[in-house]
Design a binder for this molecule. Structure first.
Ligand SMILES: C[S@@+](CC[C@H](N)C(=O)[O-])C[C@H]1O[C@@H](n2cnc3c(N)ncnc32)[C@H](O)[C@@H]1O
Length: 410
């Protein structure tokens, strides 16, 4: 049997009986995929691991709490034989042969009539990798091939364009804080499939260099806006390219909806009748402090964190932030776009009751090679920013969490 390679096939098990003999580690590993395939799983085993037991308790599988008996495989379409009794396994395997039930054996691949591939999924595609002969089986290599293909498809390093389902339109992709590894796998794949990418200054700009030469990369900051507002010009560029039937990625820093004007773009596209997908991103508001060793919450220290825009000063009539109320909160305050106005912000917080000694951490260009962290207090932050030459982009964290880092104190 092993002289020929296996014949790969996809079993459609929905509603069909699958018998699993043995409730140990092998069953625990295989059952989730059988359940996901909609199989009517009957587990025959006197014992089961707690995870397998939980699947029975929740009704995902039917558990017959006893050892294997001849006749158990009669109604089965497919069987997984994985008890720790080799004798029972052989008898069950012989029964499977009699009833022509394809059967996998965990203890003896040579005696099995089917082998389980190393399987993975990516966007509607199942990748199943089989070793070609039982003697030369190298499960680690098989799994590594599966991982390479699945990972490559997910992160876009293996490009397999969707010919049938790919619809022109715009994907609003949150690119994360800057480190190219911190974009989501979906974002990276959409980027790999794009015809046009309109990118912001912030975010994973290194990824743009990896795009194939036919991809048109447009710097959002350089789109001429003439009689329009800059944002309107970006919206128009998105619409125009999508109308030409292109796949457009609007690559934004962090998450598109955290001070990213993402909804304005979604609305403009909806008005123009252009399909739009939003891919969330890792926001700098949490990830940048984290990358510099500042947790935005910490047990016993902060049970809340508030993310605020500091792009206008507290006394500016355009400000929508209730700074006096923020001064009364005990948790962490995270200020984005606040480097220029931090002096005024600190003054206002102190004036409304925050202790001048409240720690402040500033993290500039977080998650990039240029990341740096500067610590101060509310009383000293304005001077520290000047003296240290802290420049945007920076995330400013105000609160006791700044002191919780494992860094040795100076
Ligand atoms: C217009 S907001 C966009 C925020 C973004 N949508 C997000 O979720 O991270 C830009 C501000 O985000 C912060 N920021 C973004 N990326 C950063 C980074 N890598 N390091 C420090 N601050 C960053 C800065 O406060 C910057 O001024």
């Amino acid at each position: 049997m092993a002289e020929h390679p296996p014949y790969p096939v996809g079993l459609r098990l929905s509603g069909r009986r699958v018998v699993v003999l043995g409730g140990g580690q092998v069953a625990q590993r295989r059952l989730p995929a059988l359940i996901a395939a909609g199989a009517d799983v009957h587990l025959v085993s006197p014992e089961a691991t707690p995870s397998v037991e939980a699947m029975a308790d929740s009704g995902e599988i039917t558990w017959l709490k006893r050892p294997y008996r001849p006749g158990d495989l009669e109604e089965a379409w497919y069987a997984l034989i994985a008890t720790d009794d080799p004798e029972a396994n052989s008898r069950a395997s012989a029964e499977a042969e009699t009833h022509r039930v394809w059967c996998v054996r965990s203890d003896d691949a040579d005696a099995a009539t089917a082998w389980t591939p190393a399987a993975g999924h990516s966007e509607g595609v199942t990748i199943a990798v089989l070793t070609t002969d039982a003697k030369g089986r190298d499960p680690r290599h098989t799994a590594a091939v599966r991982d390479a293909v699945v990972e490559g498809l997910r992160d876009g390093t293996l490009v397999a364009p969707h010919h049938r389902t790919r619809t022109p339109g715009v994907a609003l992709v949150g690119g994360g804080p800057g480190d190219p590894d911190l974009i989501t796998v979906r974002g990276r794949r959409l980027l790999a499939e794009a015809d046009v990418v309109i990118a912001d200054r912030l975010g994973p700009r290194d990824l743009l260099a990896e795009l194939p030469p036919h991809v048109e990369v447009i710097d959002a900051a350089k789109i001429p806006y003439g009689r329009f507002m800059a944002q309107e010009a970006i919206n128009n560029a998105l619409i125009e390219h999508a109308r030409q039937g292109k796949s457009v990625v609007r690559l934004k820093g962090g998450d598109p909806f955290v001070f990213g004007r993402g909804m304005e773009e979604v609305q403009a596209l909806a008005e123009a009748g252009i399909p739009c997908t939003v891919v969330p991103g890792i926001s700098s508001s949490i990830s940048v402090p984290g990358a510099a060793g500042i947790p935005v919450t910490h047990r016993g220290v902060a049970h809340e964190f508030t993310v605020v825009s500091g792009h206008v000063a507290p006394d500016d009539e355009r400000s929508l932030v209730d700074w006096p109320s923020l001064a009364k909160l005990t948790g962490t305050l995270v200020v984005l776009m606040g480097v220029d106005k931090i002096g005024k912000i600190a003054e206002t917080l102190i004036a409304h009751g925050k202790a001048p000694g409240t720690p402040v951490g500033l993290v500039q260009e977080g998650t990039t090679a240029a990341q740096r962290r500067v610590d101060a207090t509310l009383a000293t932050v304005a001077e520290t920013v000047r003296a240290e030459g802290v420049k945007p982009p920076a995330v400013i964290v105000i609160g006791e969490v700044v002191r919780t880092t494992p860094r040795p104190s100076e």
